[in-house]
Design a protein around this ligand. Structure first.
Ligand SMILES: [Zn+2]
Ligand SMILES: [Zn+2]
Length: 271
């Protein structure tokens, strides 16, 4: 029996600088794959919003026009949400508040791709910078984001490991961050916010989702209920990849439902 791809709640079209396909191609591929609940979540990197290299202002505005039209056009074929991956929201609060009050998102992933004053984790040379020091900064800023909590789920909470452990093959002791990670979960749970399982690591060098079973289990044990799953595809060929594996993992850990967001409200889906 082919397993249902119940959702893909994290992926990017060419309205993101690193995405390949137009939004409509992403939606059509999602339909082809039989994805039941689908959220397109292009990047909005708050600290880079007005950068010369890739100003986010224009694509973020375009997504607000295109996504509602696609939702309507394909409404009888797929349950679609207009989402965003909001990066570094605390690094310019005034702009973040403006973006959040301007656009009618169904779903917001709160992510941190770079610590304040540093480059994106994927751009850093870990022979030059101290991975443990950066991870400390990373989890401290994630904790501040969890307290602020104007998103629905926190994105890929072990993102730096994609590069540090995966690409650089460095052995990292995560114990020093454990109490902060627990505090992040406490804050999220208290405010009815969730986490995602980002399946992209399954098709990358690291070979585990972000986060892996250890943290998903910790979140569950602490009372976490809101859980989304996304492929973090940046092209149609990666859509839905790893989602069924992550659903199995969630079930093993004891989740019997996933969450999909419509108009920022959680809808629980049995698995
Ligand atoms: Zn991300
Ligand atoms: Zn992403």
């Amino acid at each position: 029996m082919t397993q249902r791809i119940i959702m893909d709640c994290h992926n990017h079209s060419n309205l993101s600088p690193d995405g390949d396909n137009p939004p409509e191609e992403m939606v059509q591929r999602a339909i082809e794959l039989g994805i039941e609940h689908y959220a397109l979540t292009d990047h909005c990197e708050i600290n880079l919003f007005y950068e010369d290299e890739y100003p986010y202002e224009e694509p973020v505005r375009k997504a607000s026009e295109i996504c509602p039209l696609l939702k309507e056009k394909y409404a009888d074929k797929i349950d679609m949400s207009y989402g965003v991956e909001l990066g570094q929201p605390l690094q310019n609060m005034e702009l973040t508040n403006r973006v959040l009050s301007t656009y009618n998102y169904d779903f917001i992933i709160g992510s941190l791709h770079m610590c304040n004053g540093y480059k994106d984790f994927y751009e850093l040379d870990y022979n030059e910078v101290s991975a443990p020091d950066l991870l400390k900064l990373y989890y401290e800023e994630l904790l501040e984001m969890a307290k602020w909590a104007k998103f629905d789920v926190m994105g890929h909470i072990t993102y730096p490991l994609r590069y540090i452990k995966g690409d650089y093959n460095m052995d990292i002791d995560m114990k020093p961050y454990e109490s902060t990670i627990k505090e992040i979960f406490r804050q999220l749970i208290k405010q009815d916010k969730g986490i995602e399982i980002n399946s992209s690591g399954l098709r990358q060098k690291i070979g585990t989702p972000f986060p892996d079973a250890y943290y998903i289990n910790m979140y569950k044990q602490m009372g976490g209920k809101i859980l989304t799953i996304g492929s973090d595809a940046h092209r149609t060929v990666d859509l839905g990849k790893g989602v069924t594996e992550c659903i199995s993992l969630a079930k093993e850990i004891g989740f019997n439902e996933l969450t999909f967001f419509k108009k920022r409200n959680p809808v629980f889906i049995k698995i």
